[in-house]
Design a protein around this ligand. Structure first.
Ligand code: BTN
Length: 326
């Protein structure tokens, strides 16, 4: 794409101006064509200095999602090597499923600047205004179905580690895979299997992070918060996506090497409420006990007066002893 070629030229020597003439010669296009692309880049949020005498200089890239910027910061072998970025989608998970059925490669990601019908776990809706990171990854891992369910645990570890590295925010995992700060949800993960698992072996991993927007955009959900609200500044969504993908790729490789104990250990070190008295909600039913940890497949282990019980993520919700989200 011409726009991307221009950006590549401008970043070859970041502190220097590049003349329109040089760009025009190197890319074999007219100066008017370059100017048109520069205008589009500015609309996309690139800060480009344009001086008639000195030429062009890239001052700043946008913090919003951008295919070129993401390509620059991505540091992975397979995840995110094919990118589809949309302005607006009902749900990136649904779009990723469609692409998976059409046979797309392992690691393709689908991003949307906003979603109109974002999907949450347990058939809930996921508010997805502009400024968030709404991303789905098509995975065709070398894992059995039983082992593939652990990918959502791996994803929650990856999101925690990415946030720790980027903003040093001590976030935790609320079972099974909510990312939480001080009892308020920052990110969620939704794993979905495409078609018959045994036939296609494809999983869609949806990751939603509340990043650059005020909390009010989430409606009156008092148990959710955004990174902007917590940090007071906006984050580069491209860097955040790249960091999450980097950690996720590492976790996937360990899973394929059957390093489950390591994953369980990592998950437990980041978990909230371990060893505490908790409530489990199954429909109208409430059970109390001590949260002992997770089994190797990610089920929650609860020590109750009647002995140890295990619960899978699809059937119950976890609350603190006071009955609140934590
Ligand atoms: C949850 O309920 O905690 C899971 C939320 C998952 C939201 C993400 S946003 C990107 C992807 N597309 C969707 O429709 N949902 C997931």
């Amino acid at each position: 794409m011409l726009r991307h070629d221009i950006l590549n030229l401008l970043t070859e020597r970041p502190s220097e101006n590049v003349s329109g003439e040089k760009i025009s010669q190197q890319l074999n296009v007219t100066r008017a064509a370059i100017w048109k692309q520069i205008k589009i880049l500015k609309e996309e949020g690139f800060d480009i200095e344009a001086q008639p005498k000195n030429g062009y200089r890239l001052i700043k890239s946008p913090l919003s999602l951008n295919e070129w910027v993401l390509g620059q910061v991505l540091n992975t072998q397979s995840l995110g090597r094919v990118i589809e970025l949309n302005e607006d989608l009902p749900s990136t998970n649904e779009r990723a499923k469609e692409l998976a059925r059409q046979g797309t490669v392992h690691g393709q990601i689908v991003l949307a600047k906003k979603q109109s019908l974002g999907k949450g776990r347990l058939q809930r809706q996921w508010e997805s205004p502009e400024g968030g990171l709404w991303m789905s990854i098509v995975l065709r891992p070398n894992l059995s179905l039983a082992d593939a369910t652990k990918i959502t645990l791996a994803a929650s570890v990856a999101v925690v580690d990415a946030l720790k590295e980027l903003v040093n925010l001590p976030v935790g995992i609320k079972w099974p895979n909510d990312i939480v700060f001080n009892g308020q949800k920052i990110a969620g993960i939704l794993g979905e299997v495409v078609g018959e698992w045994n036939v296609v072996q494809t999983l869609i991993l949806g990751i939603g992070v509340n990043v650059n927007f005020p909390r009010q955009r989430l409606g009156d959900s008092f148990s959710a918060v955004t990174l902007y609200e917590l940090l007071g500044y906006e984050l580069d969504l491209n860097i955040l996506a790249a960091e999450i993908l980097k950690y996720l790729e590492g976790e996937l490789i360990s899973l394929e090497h059957k390093e489950f104990q390591e994953l369980r250990q990592k998950w437990s070190e980041r978990a909230i409420g371990l060893g505490e008295e908790v409530r489990i909600l199954r429909g109208d039913q409430v059970l109390e006990g001590i949260f002992k940890g997770i089994s190797i497949d990610g089920s929650l282990l609860l020590e109750t007066v009647d002995g140890e019980k295990s619960f899978s993520a699809g059937e119950v919700r976890l609350r603190s002893k006071q009955g609140v989200y934590f």
